[in-house]
Design a protein around this ligand. Structure first.
Ligand code: PAJ
Length: 283
């Protein structure tokens, strides 16, 4: 496993490998790797000759009051995980080498970036789209692996790749959960014991919605209301949003039909958690 920090060096090495027709699988991350990240890496290993993992806590996607400083950075543990998974290259850049002096170009995916998490985190998706574009330009992956856990991020990146003709295939990977149903996230480590129990309400609310839909419910409002009722039983959980949307446009669906996405965001203490369910009903 080779660890590269300089963008130009990474670009040069990968360019040579590409000329030798080696397929490149790419997993962009902010580190603090867990089973969710590892599932992406394993899939990339299965499908490509070369696997590149980037570890970069991207300052441009954090708001001024967000957790950039305290975001976990367990680097030696991350590297050990990657070594075990036989990752070929780790890209570990410094912020100053990614955002040089006078940096002033951003990618803005309009519409999709200003709803849901984009409302609570203005500028977040601009930061994500910009770094992901830069990483794609440096790595030139054949396939990039992204988690369905971050549904809005995935939908925005897919839109951007299509709109800008970026030559990469985006592979969406299912959410990895703890045995109790909690979606694994680097931010779960901010939760104390009782908050971790409170957090189970996210997957429970999604399961309730799934059951209702299985039993024939189609009216989004009544499903969302039942989810809200369930969550409100727990006084320490504050709902930010619960919505049922179209998976491509993120437009709200009055009725559950076609490719739909149930998304929710809550705050527990100071921690913001998201979860979702991707479903399909034939029209
Ligand atoms: P990060 O939060 O480190 O996540 C990296 C990738 O892992 C994302 O595609 C995310 O959706 C996926 N992931 C996280 N938890 C998962 C889980 N429980 N199951 C499956 N996949 C999971 O997302 C980012 O970093 C950044 O915004 C990034 C895209 C790297 C740009 O900076």
């Amino acid at each position: 496993m080779q660890i590269i920090s300089k963008p130009e060096k990474l670009f040069k090495i990968l360019k040579i490998l590409k000329l030798k027709s080696k397929t490149i699988g790419f997993v962009p991350t902010m580190g603090a790797l867990h089973e969710g990240h590892l599932s992406l890496i394993r899939q990339a290993k299965k499908e490509n000759k070369i696997v590149v993992v980037s570890i970069f806590v991207n300052p441009k996607q954090f708001g001024p009051k967000e957790d950039l400083k305290s975001y976990p950075r367990p680097l030696s543990k991350d590297l050990a995980f990657c070594r075990k998974e036989k990752v070929d290259f780790i890209f570990l850049p410094k912020a100053k080498d990614i955002y040089g002096k006078n940096f002033s170009t951003y990618i803005q995916v309009e519409g999709l970036s200003s709803v849901l998490c984009g409302k609570a985190r203005p500028g977040h998706f601009r930061g994500v789209a910009t770094i992901v574009t830069k990483l794609f330009n440096l790595v030139h992956p054949d396939i990039a692996y992204l988690g369905m856990k971050d549904a809005q991020q995935l939908i925005i990146i897919k839109r951007m790749v299509k709109d800008l003709n970026i030559p990469v295939k985006i592979k969406a990977m299912p959410t990895v959960r703890e045995a109790d149903g909690l979606a694994i996230s680097s931010r779960n480590m901010y939760l104390n014991k009782s908050e971790k129990l409170d957090a189970l309400v996210l997957s429970r609310a999604l399961n309730l919605a799934k059951l209702m839909i299985k039993n024939g419910a189609r009216d989004s409002l009544s499903i969302v209301n039942r989810m809200k009722e369930l969550i409100k039983q727990n006084k320490s959980v504050r709902i930010e949003y619960i919505e049922i949307l179209d998976t491509e446009t993120l437009r709200p669906l009055n009725r559950v039909i076609g490719n739909y996405l149930i998304v929710l965001a809550v705050r527990i203490g100071t921690t913001r958690l998201i979860d979702n369910f991707w479903g399909k009903l034939s029209r």
